[in-house]
Unconditional design. Structure first.
Ligand SMILES: Cc1cc2nc3c(=O)[nH]c(=O)nc-3n(C[C@H](O)[C@H](O)[C@H](O)COP(=O)(O)OP(=O)(O)OC[C@H]3O[C@@H](n4cnc5c(N)ncnc54)[C@H](O)[C@@H]3O)c2cc1C
Length: 403
C-alpha cells in the first residue's frame, strides 16, 4: 500500500502497530519520547534471577505465533505442573472456591443468560445480579481484581467488556465465540518479556525510521502532518496531550499499583502452582501473587523461589509501613510462619492503569467522536492503547492489526 504512517509512542502498542504496517509495506516513522522502546514492559536481570517490570506473559494465539516466527523469537511455555491456580477464600487456598450448585449456576449463566449492561451499576453489583453473590465474591472479584489492579466496586462491566454486545441479545458464550483466534495459554520468552521488545525492535529497525528522545510538538502542529497519525501513548500522557480539549471532570481515572518480586528459599504453597488470587476482606492486602519460578524455567537462581505480588496503592494504610512488611504479613497469613526473603525488588507504577469504570467508557466515546470529526476534516488520526479495546498484550496486538 505504501502509506505514510506516523506512530507516536514506542511502547508495545506502538511496536505492534509498526509491525503490522511494515507487513503491509507502509512507510512508518515511530516517535518515542524516552530513550528506550517498550514502554512499561521490560525485564531486569538481578543476582537472584529475572524481574519483570510489568507484563509477565502474553496470551498465545496463532497470529501471535506468526509474529514471533517473523521476529525470530521462540516462546517459552509454562511448566505443566504450574497449571494449578488457587483462590484464597474463607482463610484457605482453594482451587474451586464455590459449591457445586454455584458452579452449575455459573455454567448456566455463561451459556444461557443474556448480557445486559447497566450504566448505573458498578461491576460488583452487576456481577452479583448476573452470577450470584458467591461466584462474584469468590471467583470474579479475585480474578478481575488481579488483572485490573483494583477491586470490583471501582470498575464497570461495560468498560471492561467493551467489545461485547450488552444490549440483552447475546450470551457470554456467544460473545466469547465471536472473538477470532483461540488462545493457547500464556507464554513468555527465555530472557523474559524484555525479549519480546528487543526482538521486535531488531526486526523493525531496518524497516522503519525510529526517533527516540522525541519531544512531541503541540497537537495542533501534529494535526498538520501529512499521512496517517496514530497515537499509541499511555492514557496518562494522552490526557496531557489533549490539554483543554477535554474538561477536567471528563478526565478518566487512573490507578497506581506496586509489583513486588520476592526471591526466597521457601515456597508459598505446598504444591507447584501458577499463583494465588485474593478475594476481598479476607485479611490479605495483595490482589494476587504469581509463582514465577514455578511457571517458567530460568526465573530464579541458586535454588531460590521467585514470586511477584501485586498491590493496589490503597494497600498501604500507615505512613510508616514498608511494602516489604506488608508483603511478609500477607505471606505469613497464608503459610502460618514468618520467613525472611533473600531479596525483594519493588516497582512503583503511578497512574499506569486506566480505571475501567463509567468515566473510561464515556472517555472512549469522546475519543470516537474526536477521531470521526478529524477524519471528516481529512485528518486521518486514530488512538490505540489499553484504554481502548482491552488491557492485555493479545488485545493490543489484535486491535493494532485490525485497522
Ligand atoms: C504491572 C503490570 C503487569 C501487567 N501484566 C500483564 C500481563 O501479564 N499480560 C498482559 O498481557 N498485559 C499485562 N499488563 C498490561 C500491559 O503490559 C500494558 O497494557 C501494555 O504494556 C501497555 O503498552 P502501551 O504501549 O499501550 O503503553 P506504554 O507501555 O505506557 O507505552 C507508551 C509509550 O509512549 C511513550 N510516550 C508517552 N507520551 C509520549 C509522547 N508525548 N510522545 C512520544 N512518546 C510518548 C512512552 O514513553 C511509552 O514508551 C501489565 C501491566 C502492568 C503495569
Amino acid at each position: 500500500m505504501n502509506e505514510k504512517i506516523h506512530i507516536i509512542g514506542g511502547g508495545i502498542t506502538g511496536l505492534f502497530l509498526a509491525y503490522h504496517h511494515t507487513k503491509r509495506g507502509d512507510s512508518v516513522t515511530l516517535y518515542e519520547q524516552s530513550e528506550k522502546l517498550g514502554g512499561v514492559i521490560g525485564t531486569k536481570t538481578v543476582e537472584e534471577g529475572l524481574v519483570e517490570l510489568a507484563a509477565n506473559g502474553v496470551l498465545f494465539t496463532d497470529q501471535i505465533k506468526l509474529m514471533l516466527d517473523d521476529i525470530g523469537l521462540t516462546p517459552l511455555f509454562p511448566n505443566k505442573a504450574a497449571k494449578r491456580r488457587y483462590f484464597w477464600v474463607r482463610g484457605k487456598l482453594s482451587r474451586l472456591p464455590i459449591s457445586i450448585l454455584a458452579g452449575l449456576k455459573l455454567v448456566y449463566t455463561i451459556g444461557f443468560k443474556k448480557i445486559k449492561f447497566n450504566d448505573t451499576q458498578n461491576f460488583e453489583s452487576w456481577a452479583s445480579q448476573m452470577f450470584g453473590i458467591s461466584v462474584t465474591k469468590n471467583i470474579i472479584e479475585p480474578a478481575i481484581g488481579g488483572v485490573y489492579g483494583t477491586r470490583l466496586d471501582a470498575l464497570q462491566a461495560e468498560s471492561i467488556f467493551s467489545n461485547w454486545d450488552g444490549s440483552g441479545k447475546n450470551t457470554i458464550l456467544q460473545e466469547i465465540k465471536k472473538k477470532k483466534g483461540k488462545s493457547l495459554g500464556t507464554v513468555s520468552f527465555p530472557q523474559g518479556m524484555g525479549d519480546l521488545v528487543s526482538h521486535l525492535v531488531r526486526y523493525l529497525e531496518p524497516k522503519i525510521e525510529i526517533k527516540t528522545n522525541y519531544q512531541l510538538q503541540t497537537l495542533d502542529e501534529i494535526l498538520k502532518w501529512k499521512g496517517k497519525i496514530r497515537f499509541c501513548i499511555s492514557l496518562k500522557s494522552l490526557i496531557s496531550v489533549l490539554g483543554n480539549r477535554i474538561q477536567e471532570n471528563e478526565q478518566p481515572n487512573l490507578l497506581s499499583i506496586r509489583t513486588i518480586t520476592r526471591f526466597g528459599t521457601s515456597h508459598l504453597t505446598k504444591k507447584t502452582c501458577f499463583g494465588v488470587l485474593f478475594a476481598k476482606n479476607e485479611g490479605i492486602r495483595a490482589l494476587g501473587v504469581l509463582s514465577n519460578s514455578d511457571i517458567f524455567p530460568g526465573r530464579a537462581k541458586h535454588g531460590l523461589h521467585s514470586e511477584t505480588w501485586i498491590y493496589p496503592e490503597s494497600a498501604k494504610q500507615l505512613e510508616n509501613e514498608t511494602w516489604e512488611s506488608i508483603l511478609e504479613k500477607d505471606r505469613e497469613h497464608i503459610t502460618n510462619k514468618a520467613d525472611s526473603p533473600k531479596a525483594v525488588y519493588i516497582t512503583s507504577w503511578n497512574a499506569v492503569f486506566p480505571a475501567y469504570d463509567r468515566k473510561l467508557y464515556e472517555f472512549n466515546r469522546f475519543i470516537d467522536v474526536l477521531e470521526s470529526d478529524w477524519i471528516s476534516k481529512g485528518i486521518d488520526i486514530r488512538f490505540f492503547g489499553n484504554y481502548r479495546k482491552g488491557i492485555g498484550l493479545r488485545s493490543l496486538f489484535e486491535s493494532t492489526g485490525s485497522e
